[in-house]
Design a protein around this ligand. Structure first.
Ligand SMILES: CC(C)(COP(=O)(O)OP(=O)(O)OC[C@H]1O[C@@H](n2cnc3c(N)ncnc32)[C@H](O)[C@@H]1OP(=O)(O)O)[C@@H](O)C(=O)NCCC(=O)NCCS
Length: 185
């Protein structure tokens, strides 16, 4: 399924439309974008169309497209959702590199986390990231994710082996970190 419209300060998460699958073709062909991704192969348009159809119909995946001031810059999601045990695995891709390092992932992850806990009633989000992917780790940490462990030499990329950072955020911990709002009256 696709997630509903979530409007942040700069970032808007929105459901996909027909214009989106073609945007992901050049992004997945760019090795700088896929450098720290589990999936590093490129995709043809028919594969992206198929992927969007599958995600859209899936009951255990939620995906949003990331927009910034009218520009579409990437996608973000919660996958492998286990509704009984109330957890899911998160991922993000900012495909338009001109938007890197502007706080977009940080804000998008915070919108996703709030939605997962306050609307979907999930109890935990987990993720797996290359240790070297400092930007992703930092954005995840700011959204409340904490280290579960490191798997040594789990990915091969750029001629070498890289460790994997496994992290999670529990709803109870995330709630504790939210600012207290005082009811009026
Ligand atoms: C990784 C990725 C999501 C980061 O997105 P982003 O919008 O550039 O991240 P942000 O701007 O929110 O930065 C998050 C933090 O990392 C820091 N950061 C960003 N790029 C960095 C870099 N290249 N080196 C070190 N720190 C970096 C930022 O300063 C920020 O920390 P701060 O708030 O303490 O200053 C984006 O580059 C991307 O999608 N890359 C390709 C796909 C990918 O790797 N996805 C994640 C797989 S798990």
């Amino acid at each position: 399924m696709f997630g509903p419209l979530l409007v942040g300060e700069r970032v808007t998460l929105r459901p996909a439309d027909d214009s989106d699958p073609p945007r992901f073709v050049p992004w997945f062909a760019d090795m700088e974008v896929t450098r720290w991704l589990g999936r590093r192969s490129a995709a043809a348009l028919y594969q992206e169309l198929d992927f969007f159809k599958k995600v859209g119909e899936s009951k255990n995946d939620i995906m949003w497209i990331i927009d910034v001031a009218g520009a579409t810059v990437g996608g973000i999601g919660i996958h492998e959702i286990d509704w009984l045990d109330a957890h899911g695995v998160t991922g993000i891709l900012i495909g338009d590199k001109s938007y890197w390092r502007q706080g977009i992932a940080s804000e998008a992850m915070q919108l996703r986390t709030r939605y997962a806990f306050r609307e979907l009633n999930l109890r935990k989000l987990t993720t797996e990231v290359y240790v070297d992917n400092v930007a992703s780790r930092r954005a995840l940490e700011k959204a409340g994710y904490r280290t579960v462990g490191i798997q040594k030499e789990h990915f091969f990329s750029g001629g070498g082996w890289h460790d994997k950072w496994i992290a999670e955020v529990l709803r109870a911990d995330w709630e504790k970190a939210q600012p207290v709002t005082v009811a009026a009256g």
